[in-house]
Design a protein around this ligand. Structure first.
Ligand SMILES: [Zn+2]
Ligand SMILES: [Zn+2]
Length: 305
């Protein structure tokens, strides 16, 4: 499906550059999305599974000029980490020696793991400003509080975090990014409320439904890791096409189904394996009774919303 990035978009509010789009296996293409206000060159990364290779792809596509490290240092102003699984933080850790000082925005459950398991001298150097000493003080843990908006420094944007369930009791995060009156919602890995025996998604949908009604929410990024063939007991806190549509149906009943017609939904975190990615796409397109504008992002290809 040709998506919005095909058009110049003077009225757009956000630019998104996917640095990595997959949910496993290919370490050169793991979840990470640069998001910035339209007209700005200052971005944050939504997750940081792959940085270097994705920036190189964006340079090759003409989105940035210069060297990878220049973009890493100058254009990325902070990281929003949904949860501390390696496929969401590997790029941040590996590139930390070349990076400049910036904030890591995350909920406390996530900063604790970064502090104790990664930016500790046992597994890497401690580039952060907290945890095992000596502290290299490059990254500052900007700890978020669920439901409370906080500015994203040097970007003109702000963020509100919501807690998700990712193989209960393990957690993940949704980030609602705001640029003036426009919003973009990115979900880290998440299971469905039914399979997680939780209500996190219902609560999130209730919080953001008014933004859809007011036409302020420009796009939703959400995962579909597996095809419908995946048994529930082997979902490990992820969604399938069937479960995604079930969840968006819940959202649609809060907003009115008509408002989801043509609403941009970016499908993230497909796990490679055999024909799975093709199957996921087919199953989503075949079950899109809501008429969502389904977008399958490509590494290094600009999206505008
Ligand atoms: Zn993941
Ligand atoms: Zn995960």
């Amino acid at each position: 499906m040709m998506a919005v990035y095909a058009q110049p978009a003077p009225a757009s509010s956000f630019k998104v550059i996917p640095l990595g789009v997959k949910g496993g296996s290919d370490e050169s293409n793991l979840s990470s999305y640069m998001v910035g206000a339209a007209g700005s060159n200052n971005y944050v990364c939504l997750d940081a599974g792959t940085l270097h290779y994705g920036i190189q792809k964006a340079i090759n596509a003409g989105i940035f000029r210069g060297a990878v490290n220049t973009v890493l240092k100058n254009n990325i102003k902070g990281y929003l980490i949904s949860h501390p699984h390696l496929d969401h933080v590997a790029g941040l850790i590996i590139n930390s020696p070349d990076d400049t000082a910036k904030n890591i925005y995350a909920l406390p459950f996530c900063t604790e793991v970064l502090k104790e398991k990664y930016f500790s001298w046992k597994s890497w150097a401690n580039f952060a400003d907290d945890g095992e000493k000596p502290l290299l003080n490059k990254y500052h843990y900007a700890t978020l509080t669920p439901g409370e908006e906080q500015p994203l420094e040097h970007t003109g944007m702000s963020v509100t975090a919501f807690q998700l369930s990712h193989s209960n009791p393990y957690k993940s995060t949704a980030f609602l990014v705001r640029n003036n009156n426009a919003y973009l919602l990115y979900l880290g890995d998440t299971g469905a409320d039914t399979t997680e025996h939780a209500a996190n998604l219902r609560m999130l949908w209730q919080s953001i439904a008014p933004l859809i009604k007011e036409k302020k929410l420009k796009a939703l990024f959400i995962e579909v890791s597996f095809s419908n063939a995946q048994p529930d007991k082997l979902l490990f806190g992820h969604l399938t096409p069937r479960l995604l549509m079930q969840e968006l149906d819940v959202l649609g009943h809060l907003t009115g189904l008509a408002l989801l017609h043509n609403f941009p939904v970016v499908i993230t975190h497909e796990k490679p394996g055999g024909m799975r990615e093709n199957t996921i796409k087919k199953q989503l397109l075949a079950s899109n009774g809501l008429g969502l504008r389904l977008i399958f992002p490509k590494q290094g290809r600009l999206l505008s919303f």
